[in-house]
Design a protein around this ligand. Structure first.
Ligand code: ARG
Length: 486
């Protein structure tokens, strides 16, 4: 439709090469809504007449149900929609729809509207997943589990503490997306191809009709930049790495060696050959898909890093990366949420693993600190206690006086005191005495669970208000369309 200056049409292979139509299906509706707001603005500023706006809006309404999957000569959804309108209502009126805009600001708008919706969906999914974590944490605030560093037993802890640690990471993901939203939700339309227009348009009013807050003012910036889209994908990539960690922990804990938990059947896969298998494929795919999203982020960054100012067609390549990252994150969160609701926790095995190690060693050493022994010294004494227990094949609590006597090389520490500490320090006592803020201590679990629940509710209100605002603006736009087409 645009090729009057060019003699020949694109060949079949070339058209297929340049066309973004397949990917554009995801933004078709935004393109129609954007066109409605744009043309209403043209009408309200007396650039087109009442008769003309009526015809254009009617035409656009008719396209809302279109699937856009037929063979066409159009290079993208913008060209296709305009050509369909012109076909329907003629070039004299239909040809006015593209007044004072370009595909460059148009596609920038569509991407922003799509990401805006995706952020709201991802935020809601995040909230649901965080809620499942905190609800599960509430059930397991006294479930003892070893805490690991280097995948070696480190300290005794509580299962809720792990779950809350995932929740906190997801809260940061939520917050990142929440802030990015503000930078995405601005109107680039009316920037034209790059330098603006002589037609007396009102960019703020177009944005308002679409529920956008303010405009991307500089027209070069508005049509060139994709940094807020990249920011969105970066936030999604980080979010996926957090889900990937949960997946890794849970798949390790579901092995028969650990047997800390059992995934419900619907989140596992069988083997084609070994009848006994119950593999955590779904969690593995969350890990695998995380790599895919990181790849998308890298590909987006390397696409934009070499570009000059102003629209270049390279930018078209970013879109499928955005769509796919959104899809992956939403599914990964939905699956994680249901998986958390159905997982069976094996408290006995968690506790047994904690009992088998020397997990109270640090708690013991800290008790000596309370008796004014320097930490380094008590670290050495308890280190020797552990060595002794390990050599004699007993738990620390089973060591007798004559054995323990050998490890005390300091007059400040009495055998009586050390024996008393060994006798009274247990997994449970350690968790009752662990009081530092954010620790695995029992009282901290209670406090953090309550606090995180409140935080979920606060974000819930914010996320809902945002979705409602978008919906309200689009409802109002729809009413305007109805009025003008009456
Ligand atoms: N399909 C294009 C994209 O997604 C739309 C913009 C085309 N602009 C142009 N000047 N060729 O980026």
């Amino acid at each position: 439709m645009y090729r009057s200056r060019l003699g020949k049409n694109l060949g079949k292979v070339t058209l297929d090469y340049v066309s973004s139509l397949n990917d554009d299906v995801e933004i078709a509706l935004y393109d129609i809504l954007g066109s409605q707001a744009h043309t209403i603005m043209l009408y309200e500023n007396k650039i087109i007449t009442k008769k003309e706006i009526k015809k254009i809006l009617n035409g656009l309404e008719g396209l809302k149900k279109e699937k856009f999957d037929k063979k066409t000569d159009s290079e993208d959804i913008h060209e296709l929609i305009e050509s369909l309108i012109i076909k329907k209502i003629g070039i004299d009126v239909g040809g006015k729809m593209h007044t004072a805009r370009s595909r460059n600001d148009q596609v920038a708008l569509d991407i922003r509207m799509k990401i805006r919706d995706d952020i709201n969906i991802v935020c809601q999914c995040l909230l649901d997943t965080i809620k499942s974590l905190v609800v599960l944490a509430k059930k397991h605030q006294e479930t003892i589990i070893p805490l690991y560093t280097h995948l070696q037993q480190a300290q005794v802890g509580l299962f809720s503490h792990y779950l809350l640690s995932y929740a906190d990471a997801l809260f940061r993901d939520l917050d990142r997306l929440y802030v990015t939203y503000g930078r995405v939700n601005e109107n680039p339309l009316g920037a034209g191809p790059i330098g603006g227009t002589s037609i007396p348009i009102d960019r703020i009013s177009t944005g308002k009709m679409l529920g956008l807050k303010g405009i991307v003012e500089n027209s070069i910036d508005a049509t060139t930049t994709r940094d807020s889209a990249v920011e969105y994908i970066a936030a999604i990539a980080i979010l996926m790495t957090n889900l990937s960690r949960v997946s890794k922990d849970f798949s390790i804990w579901s092995t028969s060696e650990f047997s800390f938990l059992e995934l419900s059947d619907e989140f596992t896969s069988p083997s084609s050959v070994m009848p006994q298998k119950k593999n955590p494929d779904i969690l593995e795919l969350t890990r695998g898909k995380t790599s895919h999203v990181i790849g998308s982020l890298t590909s987006m960054l390397s696409t934009i890093q070499g570009l000059p100012s102003g629209y270049s067609r390279d930018l078209q390549q970013l879109n499928p990366s955005i769509w796919s990252a959104s899809k992956i994150a939403i599914s990964a969160l939905l699956i994680m949420e249901s998986m958390l609701k159905t997982v069976v926790i094996n408290k006995k095995n968690m506790r047994k693993a904690a009992e088998d190690g020397y997990l109270i060693a640090l708690d013991l050493a800290e008790k000596l600190v309370h008796h004014d022994i320097s930490f380094r010294k008590s670290h050495q004494i308890i280190g020797r206690v552990v060595k002794l227990a390990h050599k004699s094949g007993k738990p620390i609590s089973k060591l007798n006086e004559s054995e323990v006597k050998k490890v005390i090389k300091d007059k400040k520490v009495s055998l009586k005191l050390l024996m008393e500490l060994i006798r009274t320090t247990t997994l449970t006592s350690s968790l009752h005495e662990r009081k530092s803020q954010g620790s695995s201590g029992i009282s901290e679990q209670k406090r953090m669970i309550k606090h995180r629940m409140g935080k979920i509710n606060a974000y819930q209100t914010g996320v809902k208000n945002r979705s409602d605002q978008v919906q309200n603006s689009l409802n109002k736009l729809n009413q305007k369309v109805k009025q003008l087409t009456r």
